[in-house]
Design a protein around this ligand. Structure first.
Ligand code: NAD
Length: 502
């Protein structure tokens, strides 16, 4: 299996335009979670390399910011076209490197294509306001200007889509990007860099609009500390966000944080349980529970609790666990052994807290290596600390409720605030859940699960999820700076607020 994955990876990298990225003396080991084997070694960037790359990116910025936005959009249009051409190859590489099943690997690339389409349209819509002035013969307006080099730090679990959310918008906004991907998913990042370089070549844009840094935390810190990077967009754990945010703030830079979630769904007595079961299983088990939006807590009305748990256990029993490269597989591997250890430790703690293991929880019997586990459901007597903690694995904790107020209180009683859902056929309950007194998350859904967002909406969360917004709606504003202009077209010089002066 090792040899064939090696060969498949080399072949995919070549088709995606990446030369041989490996160096036997490199200190970063690229692995596949499919069987845990080594794919090759890469040389890591030093702090000096980071400074050099940012310097080049800043020089590119000075040129790129003067290119009209609709013309900048042409690079992103080419990127979208190349992604369409290479969807199969890049999707497969995502499956090999991040371990997600083929359909989700392809879905991730489709998300990149979608955000490119959005950004191309946006390149003709980067609009400011015209504002009424209190002074005669005056006009006020806002302009949005390119910001500068955007630093992107990303997590392993969406190795390419998160980069595209940031870079498609940043590029049309006039900003080159310097990207430090997760050290666990460098190969897919190199493939994206190659695609972006080819897109720039086809569009006649400058080189170096997208540059990748190889390395771990130190490389990310050097990027976060560089004063020539006005915006650091960081996706990953809350722990990482708490380390990066003060560093960027110390130099009064901006950070856009997309951090951990602890997402819940409320299931009301009127819920369509057939639909709820499908939505819950996809959200809780998809990507083996390794999405920031994965469903981790189920808050079920006591009147339907036992029936729902029984139906979920039955559905879990049918899930095919195995290599993500096999068509029938629905649950692929965890990223590495420490993720499996965290899965086991959380289940043991939940049981110690009085939880009942309804199904799963063990290591799955998959041949050939890799960290495969059986998705778990734990029926909990209360929301204990382990339930309030994001464990990046397929564990679903079930909690009961009697009144909607109680459900919302339980729902909001966690530090994170990313995604949420309610399953109900009662319009009052649905509206209450998405109202100001309902879910405190950045995403609140009705009758769909917590994961699988579309790119048209702003994506992100509150509280310890970090408050950042990416992707659709007006998220583009984070990648630009605003200038307010007051234009006097009269022959007088009246002062605002009626102030008299010579
Ligand atoms: P992680 O925090 O371990 O690493 C994320 C990235 O941050 C990596 O590139 C890593 O090298 C870098 N990093 C870590 N510490 C750093 C530091 N001090 N300075 C600079 N860079 C640093 O996260 P992970 O295990 O790769 O991903 C899983 C986590 O990401 C989960 O918590 C998940 O919820 C979160 N996530 C959030 C979103 C979102 O949009 N909210 C999306 C995907 C993943």
């Amino acid at each position: 299996m090792t040899t064939s994955l090696d060969a498949l990876t080399t072949d995919l990298l070549a088709r995606l335009g990446v030369g041989d990225p490996f160096d036997a003396d490199g200190t970063l080991v690229a692995r596949t979670p499919v069987d845990g084997s080594e794919l090759g070694r890469l040389v890591e960037h030093t702090a000096q390399d980071v400074a050099d790359v940012v310097g080049r990116s800043h020089a590119t910025f000075l040129q790129w910011r003067t290119v009209p936005a609709p013309v900048r959009g042409q690079v992103v249009r080419e990127m979208g076209e190349l992604l369409r051409e290479h969807k199969e190859d890049l999707g497969r590489l995502v499956s090999i490197e991040a371990g997600k099943i083929l359909s989700e690997g392809l879905g991730e690339v489709q998300e990149m294509i979608d955000v490119c389409d959005l950004a191309v349209g946006l390149s003709r819509q980067l609009h400011g306001l015209t504002i009424a002035s209190e002074r005669p013969g005056h006009r006020m307006m806002e302009q949005w200007h390119p910001l500068g080099v955007v630093g992107i730090i990303s997590a392993f679990n969406f190795p390419v889509a998160v980069w595209s959310w940031n870079s498609a918008l940043a590029l049309v906004c006039g900003d080159p990007v310097v990207w430090k991907p997760s050290e666990k998913t460098v190969l897919t990042a190199l493939a994206c860099q190659a695609i972006a370089a080819e897109a720039a070549r086809r569009a006649g844009a400058p080189e170096g609009l997208v540059q990748v840094l190889v390395g771990g935390r130190e490389v990310g810190e050097a990027l976060a500390d560089d004063p020539r990077v006005p915006l650091v967009s960081a996706t990953g754990s809350t722990r990482m966000g708490k380390q990066i945010a003060p560093r960027v703030a110390a130099r009064l830079g901006r950070s856009l944080l997309e951090l951990g979630g602890n997402n819940a769904a409320v299931v009301a007595p009127s819920a369509d349980l057939d639909l709820a079961v499908r939505g819950i299983v996809f959200s809780a088990v998809g990507t083996a529970g390794q999405r920031c939006t994965s469903l981790r807590r189920l808050i079920v009305h006591e009147s339907v609790r036992s029936e729902l748990v029984e139906r979920l256990a039955k559905a879990y029993g049918t899930l095919a666990i195995g290599s993500p490269l096999e068509e029938r597989t629905l649950v692929g591997p965890l990223i590495d052994a420490s993720a499996r250890e965290a899965f086991e430790a959380a289940i043991a703690q939940a049981q110690a807290d009085g939880g009942t293991l309804v199904t799963g929880g063990g290591v799955a019997p998959v041949k050939g290596g890799g960290q495969y586990v059986e998705p778990a459901i734990l029926d909990m007597p209360a929301q204990t600390d382990v339930v309030r903690t994001e464990t990046f694995a397929p564990i679903l904790y079930v909690l009961g409720y009697e009144t909607l107020d109680e459900a919302v209180a339980l729902h909001n009683d966690v530090a994170q605030g990313l995604s949420s859902a309610i399953f109900t056929s009662d319009v009052r309950e649905a509206e209450t859940f998405v109202s100001v007194t309902g879910s405190d998350c950045g995403i609140a859904n009705v009758n769909i699960g917590t994961s699988g967002a579309e790119i048209g909406g702003a994506f992100g969360g509150e509280k310890e999820t970090g408050g950042g917004r990416e992707s659709g709606s007006d998220s583009w504003r984070a990648y630009m700076r605003r200038a307010t202009n007051t234009i006097n077209y009269s022959t007088e010089l009246p002062l605002a607020q009626g102030v008299e002066f010579v």
